[in-house]
Design a protein around this ligand. Structure first.
Ligand code: NAD
Length: 618
């Protein structure tokens, strides 16, 4: 009809109407019939990706029948001999698509089309689990927001809704927020004023009423006008008023210039860090370091809590964090396995981490001699799982915590980052395997990763089957310390907080794809035991506290990493010399005896300790 009477169209436009259509076959057929051979069908519609990136789930309501993405649209148009040849992302209603469609082959297809499809695949938009994870994230936003509202209410604060847009009703009904929580909804449109919001029946009022009944907090339903509203309401904010977003984010006078989600920290934009294995020795120090140094960091700790993982290592931090109320909390513990692909995928979909730092590992050489299975599983398969997930979710930085043991025995001189890897025991081999795998991902997939190889750490919270805490605790209990072989093995001792500062530097400033060694002071095992004995001022001479066992099979005589690179390039240097490090460490174990006594009573400790004493590794 139209084509016959008016001719074919050079341009067909449809802005913010396509998502309302229920028959896409019909639409495509019509476009194909009406479009001139070199014509363009151009339309704008909200982009499905936005819902995942900014949690704009409130755009799901009765008028919006479809949520569009390029990959399925491309398939649809193909059936009608049409082709998407360009896409632009435009900032209207959050993030919208502007899609350019022509007859197949009539236009050059721009790279932007391919980029969008890749992004959609990376986000997992073609998988059901992605949508299930989104649902969980929305449920979390609800819990967080309702909690804040109830908290405000219990402090007798007055709260009202800002705006009464159609999408606001999705939030109000799903969050179950009625007039008992929200006094009114302010909306400038006269056609809405004097009415009630559908479902939750909140009275919609004009500006005059709102200024006469000024609330302490506005719950912002019209979030898509955020910058304009912040400008318009700067007096309200300056007078101490606050805005709460449906994501649970809070805006006050100090952070009113922010325009996106995650608006908690007043000055610096928030950073999200996933620390894997953060309930162990070094990981827990690293989390404490980040938490105290960077108020803008939100830290997730993913830890399986194996025999050496202990949530109590961060009990002080958890207690402090709870006091911050839900809106200010910066530490989240997740019990889980780095080998669990679904869990990692869900976490990375939910949280958009800026960095993933991996400490999770089986880390005791002795145990790897008895059975290497868990070492291969966590230290290799687990790392592989993290790498694939980081690649899929385009995590901007992956930091692997590795060890100087990967270089094996260094008879003379020092091992630099370029030295060959010659691991001597299954633990070291599993860590070296992970390093090689990561390097392959750096090269083949341009994975933005860095590797930090630390030497032997000492400090508080180390599992008491390792040399120094075992010696201190055994001496304090009047027990003997098993010494492997002649005890003259050389290790490079590094205080744990110095190592954490080094990791932090590499995480923030290290060059992509680089390896950085971090080392301390060289001492033999006997030197270390003698120093512990000296600090404890024990009554008997040291020999009374030593029992010699066979050396460990494959034991390395000397580790000697060279950390000149991190000192030169990143300006790292240790704060602690060995004397101060060992004195501080011994002092901590003396003052926190219940921490290690509790662990030494556990079956997991006792079983292995028996083998360790007998040097029985089979
Ligand atoms: P640790 O044994 O105290 O802690 C390891 C943590 O990883 C524990 O909390 C454990 O529960 C967790 N974990 C184990 N398997 C897991 C899994 N499958 N999924 C999730 N979490 C899991 O170890 P540490 O001494 O703190 O060492 C941490 C890292 O630093 C290790 O990768 C180790 O190789 C490396 N490193 C340690 C030293 C050292 O002297 N301790 C030196 C250099 C490098």
């Amino acid at each position: 009809g139209i084509a016959a009477t008016s001719g074919k169209a050079q341009v067909i436009m449809g802005n913010n109407v396509v998502a309302h259509i229920n028959d896409y076959q019909d639409l495509s057929r019509a476009v194909s019939t009406l479009l001139a051979p070199a014509g363009v069908f151009v339309f704008e519609a909200p982009y499905l990706v936005d819902m995942f990136e900014r949690l704009t789930f409130d755009t799901i309501y009765h008028e919006h029948l479809n949520f569009l993405a390029i990959r399925p649209l491309a398939r649809l148009f193909e059936q009608f001999n049409l082709e998407i040849f360009d896409v632009k992302i435009v900032p209207s209603q959050g993030q919208s698509l502007r899609v350019f469609v022509g007859h197949k082959g009539s236009h050059v297809v721009e790279k932007a089309v391919h980029d969008c499809i890749m992004k959609e695949l990376d986000l997992g938009l073609n998988q059901t689990s992605t949508y299930e994870a989104l649902a969980e994230k929305i449920a979390l936003a609800k819990t967080k927001t309702v909690h804040i509202l109830q908290d405000l209410k219990s402090q007798n604060k007055r709260i009202a809704a800002y705006g009464a847009p159609a999408k606001g009703n999705t939030v109000l009904n799903y969050y179950n927020l009625g007039p008992d929580i929200l006094d009114f909804a302010l909306d400038e449109l006269p056609s809405k004023q004097g009415l009630l919001t559908p479902g939750m029946h909140i009275p919609v009022v004009d500006r005059q009423y709102a200024s006469e009944h000024r609330p302490d907090c506005y719950f912002l339903l019209a979030w898509n006008y955020l910058p304009i509203i912040m400008e318009k309401e700067k007096d309200f904010l300056a007078a101490g008023g606050m805005f709460l977003l449906p994501t649970g984010d809070i805006i006050t006078d100090s952070n009113r210039n922010h325009t996106g989600s995650n608006i908690i920290t007043p000055n610096k934009p928030q950073k999200k860090i996933l620390v894997a294995g953060g309930a162990g020795f070094i990981g827990s120090h690293f989390i404490r370091h980040l938490y105290t140094q960077y108020p803008e960091y939100v830290i997730h700790n993913l830890d399986l809590l194996t025999y050496c993982g202990n949530r109590d290592n961060l009990a002080d931090l958890e207690a402090k964090d709870v006091e911050l109320r839900p809106e200010g909390r910066r530490y989240v513990f997740v019990q889980g396995d780095i080998c669990n692909k679904e869990l990692i995928d869900r976490l990375l979909t939910q949280e958009h981490f800026d960095v993933v730092v991996n400490f999770a590992a089986e880390s005791h050489v002795d145990r790897s001699l008895s059975s290497a299975y868990d070492f291969i599983r966590t230290n290799v398969v687990g790392v592989h799982t993290l790498l694939d997930a980081c690649r899929k979710h385009r995590i901007p930085r992956f930091v692997q915590i590795s060890t100087d043991e990967v270089y094996g025995d260094i008879d003379q001189g020092f091992a630099t980052e370029e030295s060959s890897l010659n691991p001597s025991n299954p633990y070291a081999a599993s860590k070296a395997s992970a390093d090689i795998l990561i390097k392959s991902y750096m090269r083949s997939h341009a994975l933005p990763a860095v590797i930090v190889r630390g030497s032997n750490n000492l400090g508080p919270y180390q599992y008491p089957e390792k040399l120094i805490p075992l010696a201190i605790s055994n001496f304090l209990e009047g027990k003997k310390m098993p010494v492997h072989g002649d005890g003259r093995h050389v290790r490079s001792w590094l205080y744990v907080t110095d190592f954490c500062r080094a990791i932090d530097l590499v995480m923030r400033e290290g060059n992509e794809s680089e390896v950085y060694n971090v080392s301390g002071t060289q001492k033999t095992n006997l030197d270390v035991l003698e120093r512990v004995h000296q600090i404890l001022q024990l009554s008997q001479p040291i020999d009374a506290y030593k029992t010699h066992t066979n050396d460990r099979p494959g034991a390395d005589r000397r580790y000697a990493p060279n950390s000149e690179k991190i000192q030169r390039v990143l300006g790292w240097k240790p704060d602690y010399d060995f004397d101060r490090a060992i004195a501080t460490t011994v002092g901590w174990y003396m003052q926190n005896q219940s921490w290690w006594q509790e662990i030494k009573r556990q079956q997991g400790f006792l079983e292995h300790y028996k083998r360790q004493q007998e040097a029985n590794y089979y």
